[in-house]
Ligand binder design. Structure first.
Ligand SMILES: [Zn+2]
Length: 108
């Protein structure tokens, strides 16, 4: 559980409780330990968006995690992260051997 202060649509700073932080970066698709939320914003009474940065040295991209509040507990649960980058397709080694440039162009 992570307690933090969130800004909001109603301009009232509010203490919120995020049950979990993301555990995988949607951009580099590597499991990562997110240690802090840079900024949290309540879009309305139930929905919240949290700004995070990928902790991997090779990535460090910014991402947004979407949360929805469970009205019975008041805790926010992670529903998805964005933007989602496409995963690099996996090619058969034979295709790679025949045309390395095809794999390179297709992946771009
Ligand atoms: Zn990343």
């Amino acid at each position: 559980m992570h307690a933090l202060n969130a800004d909001g649509y109603d301009n009232v700073p509010t203490k919120v409780y995020l049950v979990t932080y993301p555990d995988e970066c949607p951009l580099c698709h590597v499991a990562a330990q997110f240690s802090s939320c840079i900024w949290a914003y309540r879009r309305n009474q139930r929905e919240l968006e949290g700004l995070f940065r990928c902790p991997r040295h090779e990535c460090q991209r910014l991402l947004i995690a979407e949360y929805v509040m469970d009205s019975s507990t008041g805790y926010h649960h992670l529903t998805r992260t964005k933007p989602q980058a496409a995963r690099a397709p996996i090619f058969d080694p034979e295709v790679k051997a025949v045309s390395a440039s095809f794999v390179e162009i297709f992946t771009q």
